[in-house]
Design a protein. Structure first.
Ligand SMILES: *[C@@H]1O[C@H](CO)[C@@H](O)[C@H](O)[C@H]1NC(C)=O
Length: 331
């Protein structure tokens, strides 16, 4: 009896301790900053809004505090950390893109080929397209299965595995950095990061969602999703029973694009870009560019319109300076 009473007491002491911790952590408000010179927010510490005080809240459904380092406004905002398929810079479904101009367009590419989504001097993002050609159709039906990201002399891959049947509880994400497979333990907010903090991968739910942050260059919000039987019926994809075509839904937030940026999605970020999709004036504007944007592999930058220069880009772009500021988080 004495033992169980003591256990009880310990339990309550721990409980009240835990509750105290909770109150303390709730009172914390994060401050965000951008630690690269090209950002208009450089050198500022900006407090998070009271609606979303933390940049990494422990509640998966809570909005997170975020700072857009490319925006001249320099204000923290509340954001969901999942790709928004109706937002700018997104590529979802059979790929349906939304450009920087907010215009929706489709780019079908080809099954089992690679195309450049974004190519700039310091960044290259390619996509591998998977899919099929249903009987009697004149084109491939495609989805984005993998992204290959090149920056400096590094490369990073995020891809979906190939399950026959979809199970939401099972993780279908696979990552590699400079050719080595990465293990990012399952679980909300589990994180992998290289020491120099150039790139990190953080899970935004227990399975199948992450945000990849190439610091000062791009944040990529990723989900893995299947093509459902229902989708297949509605669009007449005719997907077989033994493949659910697990693919990526992605949304990009760029911080450091040049005005010459290229790629299926990238070119919509050029200041004077006139979207051919706007002129088409049809319900489902399909844009071309297969020949300009095809690359020979997921990690090559050899497309006709590619701009990427591997190596140390701080030499090429003198506005980017690496600075290490103590205890300052960059979002
Ligand atoms: C954010 O800045 C405010 C004011 O400078 C400070 O009181 C607060 O402790 C800072 N928050 C964190 C998490 O460092």
């Amino acid at each position: 009896m004495g033992v169980s009473r003591r256990n009880c007491l310990i339990f309550f002491v721990l409980l009240s301790f835990a509750m105290n911790m909770e109150t303390i952590s709730e009172a914390v408000t994060d401050n965000l900053s951008c630690n690269f010179l090209s950002s208009p927010c450089f050198g500022k510490k900006i407090k998070c809004p009271t609606q979303c005080p933390l940049k990494s809240p422990s509640d998966p459904n809570a909005k997170v505090c975020s700072l857009d380092c490319a925006s001249p406004v320099c204000k923290t905002q509340c954001k969901h950390r999942k790709p928004n398929c109706n937002g700018r810079g997104s590529a979802c479904l059979d790929p349906r893109f939304i450009g920087a101009d907010g215009i929706v367009f489709y780019f079908h590419g080809r099954v089992n080929q690679h195309f450049t989504l974004v190519s700039d001097q310091n960044l290259q993002i390619n996509a591998r397209f998977i899919g099929l050609r249903p009987k009697g159709r004149t084109r491939d039906y495609t989805w984005i299965q993998a992204l290959g990201v090149l920056f400096e002399s590094h490369n990073f891959i995020v891809e979906s595995t190939k399950p026959t049947k979809w199970d939401h509880e099972i993780d279908h994400l696979k990552f590699s950095y400079n050719g080595e497979e990465l293990h990012v333990p399952q679980g909300y907010l589990s994180k992998w990061e290289i020491q120099e903090k150039k790139i990190s991968v953080e899970r935004t739910s227990n399975t199948n969602s992450v945000v990849v942050n190439v610091h000062g260059i791009v944040k990529i919000y990723v989900n893995v999703v299947p093509v459902t039987k229902e989708d297949s019926r509605i669009h007449n994809y005719q997907i077989p029973d033994n493949d659910c075509f697990a693919h990526l839904e992605v949304q990009f937030k760029f911080s450091d694009l040049s005005s010459k940026v290229e790629g299926v999605l990238g070119r919509t970020y050029q200041p004077n870009f006139e979207n051919p999709a706007a002129k088409l004036g049809v319900g489902m504007p399909v844009v071309g560019g297969e020949d300009r944007y095809r690359t020979t592999s997921l990690l090559s930058a050899d497309c006709g319109a590619c701009l990427f220069v591997p190596g140390d880009n701080s030499k090429n772009k003198n506005n980017v300076i690496e600075l290490v500021l103590p205890t300052v988080g960059m979002v």
